[in-house]
Design a binder for this molecule. Structure first.
Ligand SMILES: NC(=O)c1ccc[n+]([C@@H]2O[C@H](COP(=O)([O-])OP(=O)(O)OC[C@H]3O[C@@H](n4cnc5c(N)ncnc54)[C@H](OP(=O)(O)O)[C@@H]3O)[C@@H](O)[C@H]2O)c1
Length: 251
């Protein structure tokens, strides 16, 4: 894909990987719109980069999604790229029953259902536009699931399958579908869970990860990993099973 001259919406674009995407795409000469739930985080991003456009939006809420697409249609008619990046991660222990899952934020709604609905809402807006693309952020845990994060892992495996299927389906209307597969990156994702894994240290910064991803996007690589996840994407089932046993024996 051409990484400049686009108009791009990034969900969850005020922090972490989404913010690194926002900075990289601004730097490359694109119009960038970011959304998220916390107004203060969006305002902070805009203070750092006044050219950013910001919108408070909970992608798991139907009313917010509707107002987002109406605002985009009215104000950003050039929009040709959607980045489904917003996500949450939780440790969930189902040996204790379902109440822990039910009490907290729902990873299926935020990580999987929202990208599905946003794809459906935005496909007609993007269809036929020059450089039209959807970029889904999945996870290495969608390929090698974590026993401590069964719902998160399932949501990201869903994003992987959805990306494959829509890559073929949406090619009919000229939309390229990319999947970005991060390994562990140093962000605010799941701070409690990470703190609980004493020896878990993440060195990879969002900017370093995203600059590698930008090179893959430019070359039209449709599944982009980095480090361990580059291996996961290409691994055999036997290799994935081995990684699964190794990773889960550490945690
Ligand atoms: N960091 C990693 O190790 C890693 C590894 C693999 C995959 N990923 C994926 O990368 C993506 C970005 O995560 P990150 O690591 O950069 O963590 P992050 O800094 O916590 O970013 C997540 C972003 O998503 C937004 N968000 C969460 N729920 C939302 C909702 N319902 N509606 C709108 N925005 C929402 C958050 O903003 P608000 O809270 O303001 O809404 C935040 O800006 C996620 O999909 C994550 O699963 C991360």
């Amino acid at each position: 894909m051409d990484i400049s001259g686009n108009s791009i919406l990034i969900t969850g674009g005020a922090t972490g990987i989404g913010y690194a995407f926002a900075e990289a795409f601004l730097e490359a000469g694109n119009e960038v719109i970011i959304c998220g739930r916390k107004e203060e985080k969006l305002a902070e991003a805009k203070r750092n980069h006044p050219e950013l456009h910001i919108k408070v939006c909970n992608v798991a809420e139907e009313a917010d999604r509707k107002s987002l697409i109406e605002w985009i249609k009215a104000s950003f008619s050039r929009l040709n790229i959607l980045i489904n990046n917003a996500g949450i991660q939780r440790d969930i222990d189902l040996t204790k029953g379902i109440s822990g899952f039910m009490a907290g934020e729902n990873e299926i709604r935020i990580n999987l259902e929202a990208p599905i609905i946003l794809t459906g809402l935005f496909a007609p807006v993007l269809a036929g536009k020059k450089g039209a693309a959807i970029i889904n952020v999945s996870s290495g845990l969608g390929f090698v699931p974590a026993a401590k994060m069964p719902v998160y892992s399932a949501s990201k495996a869903g994003v992987h399958a959805f990306s494959m299927a829509t890559r073929l389906q949406l090619s009919k209307v000229g939309i390229k579908v990319f999947e970005v597969v991060p390994p562990a990156v140093d962000t605010d994702l799941n701070p409690e869970g990470r703190a609980g894994r004493g020896n878990f240290k993440v060195d990879l910064k969002p900017g370093e990860f995203v600059s590698a991803v930008m090179k893959g996007l430019e070359k039209d690589i449709f599944e982009i990993g980095y480090g361990t996840t580059e291996g996961h994407i290409k691994a055999s089932r036997e290799e994935l099973d081995r990684s699964f046993m190794q990773m889960n024996s550490r945690w």
